[in-house]
Design a protein around this ligand. Structure first.
Ligand code: SAH
Ligand code: SF4
Length: 367
């Protein structure tokens, strides 16, 4: 399937590394258009044009890590730290469930202490109980031991998002303090998979020092590791971080372009996975998420966190919808999604078809 006569080569899942780099770098608007249109056709064919919602609750900004790019890193003393109460998180989960979002993402800074592990286990269990097992639960709580992942899975979580940030090991080391080890992160992805989770990962695009070749390698990483879901977003400066000092010419338009092209290329190469149109796209352009859907994404993660906490959970500058509560977001989003001719898959978990195929293949291999 070529899908377009604009290009002198086939756009298909076998795209070479050199072609991917060429498509990330192109200055030709006709090539970009052909890329997005083809990615959209691949999406329609493999996962459909229904958008699935994951209501995201950012329940705590306490973090033991010090990633150089992130606004809530441990060393940022200007941030007022908070953790939502168990009751407030459960109320948010009920709102998500009652409004037909189907799934919830619980995200926070990283902590491995016993009190935190117990807290999450309890909250996940209660969310499952109060929704009669109907609410799908995704966690995005960083690096943990296999035992912790197992406990949270048993409590009822079934998807986990842990970005590799970049597949370039040297670049990863530049973006993190010495004790943040990329091999630990890879081991975490392996244990998540062994524990039975649907595994999500992703990278940031447009990082200082990152090349188009690195991004092409990121897509190869997703493919080689048989990833089920992707949540990736453009890097955005946070002024109170060490990395901000190294960024001289931050160009939001370039970041958005890279973000959309990566979504399109990832869709074309991986076909049947879930890909999120992330909030970082919206931070760069009010229509960023819709553009993400048109470029091949099929998941949107509306922010359901109580507005009183949003100010304190800023991973990057210019986070959108700081004063819009969950109900306002819901109306705005529906209109936005309908504006690009898509429908919302209400009341469904919207699991990635890839996960089921992977499981089936595993089962067959074991027979
Ligand atoms: N602490 C958990 C979850 C919260 S951070 C974790 O790190 O996995 C979630 C994601 O936010 C990170 O994986 C990173 O990719 C992204 N992020 C952090 N700072 C960012 C920035 N300045 N610009 C864009 N994305 C950022
Ligand atoms: Fe903490 Fe995650 Fe931010 Fe790193 S990216 S500092 S782990 S919240």
């Amino acid at each position: 399937m070529t899908g377009s006569h604009t290009l002198p080569f086939e756009l298909d899942r076998g795209l070479s590394r050199a072609r991917i780099i060429e498509l990330l770098d192109t200055d030709d608007p006709a090539v970009e258009k052909a890329l997005f249109e083809h990615a959209y056709r691949v999406k329609a064919e493999h996962v459909g044009t229904q958008v699935y919602f994951r209501g995201i609750v950012e329940f705590s900004n306490r973090c033991v890590k010090d990633c150089y790019y992130c606004g809530i890193r441990l060393s940022n003393t200007q941030v007022k730290r908070f953790t939502m109460s168990e009751e407030d998180i459960i109320d948010s989960g009920l709102w998500i469930h009652e409004n037909g979002y189907g799934s919830m993402v619980l995200q926070s800074g990283e902590r491995q202490d016993a009190a935190f592990v117990d807290f999450v286990e309890r909250v996940v269990g209660k969310l499952k109980d109060t929704t009669q097992g109907q609410l799908g639960i995704t966690l995005s709580l960083g690096e943990q031991t296999a035992d912790t992942y197992r406990r949270w899975f048993k409590a009822g979580a079934h998807r986990y998002l842990l970005r590799i940030e970049t597949s370039n090991e040297a670049l990863y080391r530049q973006l993190h303090p010495k004790d943040h080890d990329p091999s630990v992160r890879l081991a975490c992805l392996d244990s998540l998979r062994s524990e039975g989770y649907q595994v999500g990962t992703g990278v940031m695009m447009g990082l200082p020092g990152q090349t188009s070749a690195d991004l092409a390698d990121d897509i190869a990483f997703y493919k080689d590791n048989d990833i089920d879901m992707i949540g990736m977003g453009p890097y955005i400066v946070h002024s109170q971080t060490p990395l901000a000092a190294t960024v001289k010419d931050f160009d939001p338009a370039r970041q958005l372009r890279l973000g959309l092209r990566m979504i399109a290329l990832t869709r074309i190469v991986l076909e049947d996975i879930n890909i999120a149109a992330t909030t970082a796209l919206q931070a760069l352009d009010p229509r960023g998420r819709e553009l993400g859907l048109k470029a091949g994404a099929n998941i949107v993660m509306p922010n359901v966190t109580d507005v009183k906490y949003r100010d304190a959970y800023q991973l990057y500058d210019g986070k959108p919808c700081m004063d819009e509560n969950a109900s306002q977001c819901k109306h705005c989003l529906r209109a936005r999604i309908e504006s690009v001719g898509e429908t919302i898959g209400l009341g469904q978990w919207g699991d990635s078809p890839h996960f089921f195929k992977r499981r089936q293949e595993m089962g067959q291999n074991h027979e």
